[in-house]
Write a protein that binds this ligand. Structure first.
Ligand code: HEM
Ligand code: HEM
Length: 165
């Protein structure tokens, strides 16, 4: 997800069109893992806090975790809406999942399949990206706080260590 956000911002800021097919392809591929992860999370529930924290801290972590998990599905879906319905096409590592829809008069331009939904996708992709970056920064600060200030097992548990009770 961090790589996708970084590549998205980079290519958008620098008009790096050679990066677009890679960004789109990895974005499509990610959906498989995201859906699997969300399904797993619904089935198994959220991890319980490793110890007692203030109500405000627990509430903030819940809000951020929801933003993160929703962001993981909102970003690829909005990206596909923007590119696919915008007529730009969706590639998957060289395979055309959805072809470009070139303008009959000027084939260097494209004709959107649904301008409204493509515009909504673009707005969600831009706004969602910025919101997700802010949520991830808060999330990493939270993980470091657990590790360095609370000195608890939250980060170690995330990294796969078993907690002895
Ligand atoms: C995990 C999935 C994804 C993440 C986190 C992500 C993130 C981003 C971000 C942060 C930007 C910069 C947006 C801006 O500053 O306006 C961006 C741009 C873009 N993304 Fe994604 N993206 C994802 C998936 C996709 C997918 C699946 C597609 C299309 C199939 C896509 C197509 C694009 C395009 C075309 C742009 C450039 C938009 C422009 O230059 O105006 N993205 N992405
Ligand atoms: C350097 C980057 C990151 C670090 C160090 C980190 C660390 C952590 C830690 C310590 C937890 C708590 C796990 C527990 O209570 O057992 C957690 C949970 C979580 N993280 Fe991250 N994280 C990072 C990046 C991300 C990113 C990029 C996303 C998604 C965009 C994300 C999404 C989540 C979610 C949704 C949870 C809630 C529990 C779950 O669904 O597994 N994290 N993370």
């Amino acid at each position: 997800m961090i790589g996708m956000l970084a590549s998205g911002v980079y290519m958008h800021e620098n008009d790096a069109y050679s990066v677009y097919p890679w960004h789109k392809s990895f974005g499509v591929l990610i959906v498989v893992f995201v859906l699997w992860r969300i399904f797993w999370r619904i089935k198994n529930g959220w991890p319980k806090p490793v110890q007692k924290y203030s109500t405000a801290e627990v509430a903030l972590s819940k809000i951020v975790h929801w933003l993160l998990i929703l962001g993981t599905i909102l970003m690829p879906v909005s990206g596909m809406m923007m590119s696919g319905l915008g007529g730009h096409g969706i590639p998957l590592f060289g395979i055309e999942l959805l072809p470009r829809n070139p303008d009959a008069i000027d084939p260097s331009k494209v004709v959107p399949l649904n301008e409204t939904l493509a515009g909504l996708g673009k707005a969600l992709h831009g706004l969602g990206g910025n919101l997700l970056i802010a949520a991830i920064l808060l999330h990493i600060a939270g993980a470091l706080k657990h590790h360095l200030i609370d000195k608890d097992f939250t980060l170690k548990r995330m990294l796969g260590k078993r907690i002895e009770k």
